[in-house]
Design a protein around this ligand. Structure first.
Ligand code: T46
Length: 140
C-alpha cells in the first residue's frame, strides 16, 4: 500500500498487458478485508457530486476504471483530496471517513469493493453528526 498521508491510502494492484489490459485484486494480497460486495457507478448525472457520507463499519476500496474523479476525504479533523484516474490504483476508504466524489462524467466508471453487504443503517449522512462521532463525542 502506498500512503501519501494518513488519510489518502492508495492500493496498487497488478496489471497485465498482453492482448488486453487486465487488472486484478484479491483479498489479503491487495485488499485488506474480505470482499462481501462489489458495485459500480456509471452514467451519473454529471452536475451532482456524490457521496457526502461516512460509514460506521463498512470499509471500501474505490477504483476509477474509466475517466477520473476528484475524491475528498475527511476524518473530522482535516480534509484531503486526490484525483483517482488509474485503473490499477484503488483508494482505501476506512470506517468513519467522510467522502465526497466530484467530477463524474457520463462515461466515468467507479468500481467499489466493500467489506460489508449493503446496509442503509451503516451510513452517516449528516455532517454534524459525523463530526461528533469522528471526534469521539456522543451523537444524538
Ligand atoms: C459509497 C460511495 C463510494 C443499494 O441499494 N445498494 C448498494 O450496494 C449501494 C452502494 C447503493 N444502494 C442504493 C442506496 C441509494 O438509494 O443506491 C442508491 C444510491 O446510493 P448513494 O446515494 O449512497 O450513492 P453514492 O454514489 O453517493 O455512494 C455510493 C455508496 O452508496 C457508498 O456506500 O461509499 O458510493
Amino acid at each position: 500500500m502506498r500512503g501519501k498521508t494518513n488519510l489518502i491510502k492508495i492500493i496498487k494492484i497488478p496489471e497485465i498487458f498482453d492482448d488486453c489490459c487486465l487488472y486484478f485484486a484479491q483479498t489479503k494480497d491487495h485488499i485488506p478485508f474480505s470482499i462481501k460486495r462489489v458495485y459500480y457507478i456509471t452514467k451519473a448525472v454529471t452536475k451532482y457530486p456524490r457521496g457526502f457520507h461516512a460509514h460506521y463499519k463498512n470499509r471500501q476500496v474505490l477504483f476509477c476504471i474509466q475517466g477520473n474523479l476528484e475524491m475528498v476525504l475527511d476524518n473530522g479533523k482535516r480534509k484531503e483530496k486526490i484525483i483517482l484516474n488509474k485503473p490499477n490504483e484503488g483508494l482505501l476508504i476506512d470506517r468513519l471517513i467522510w467522502h465526497e466524489m466530484h467530477g463524474f462524467k457520463k462515461d466515468t466508471i467507479l468500481l467499489v469493493l466493500s467489506s460489508a453487504v449493503f446496509d442503509p443503517k451503516d451510513y452517516i449522512r449528516d455532517y454534524q453528526k459525523f463530526l461528533k462521532i469522528a471526534n469521539g463525542k456522543k451523537a444524538s
